[in-house]
Design a protein. Structure first.
Length: 95
């Protein structure tokens, strides 16, 4: 699935109609992540030293990058994603 999404993302850079679909989905994804991060801050699950909207953009970028660099090897995504979680929580993860 990640390989196909990476290919579609690359194609969307050249095709305006496909790009519009991805932009719409990205806005929804960013809104969802922003809400999750804001809720986590309110519940003291995450530290407060970051802007949820910017962190959401960074998370999306990391996941997109991982889909390319780890294509076909999703197990390699675990450690970088746990690192992002550690940054949000303000601690460390030993994954």
């Amino acid at each position: 699935m990640f390989v196909v999404l990476a290919e579609l993302n690359a194609r969307a850079m050249r095709e305006p109609l496909l790009r519009a679909i991805f932009n719409k989905n990205d806005r929804k994804w960013k809104a969802f992540l922003t809400e999750v991060l804001e809720t986590g801050i309110q519940r003291n699950e995450f530290k407060t030293g970051f802007l949820p909207e910017v962190a959401a953009e960074a998370i999306i970028s990391v996941i997109r990058g991982l889909t390319v660099t780890c294509a076909g090897r999703p197990e390699l995504m675990r450690r970088p994603l746990y690192q992002v979680l550690a940054w949000l929580e303000g601690g460390t993860h030993g994954e």
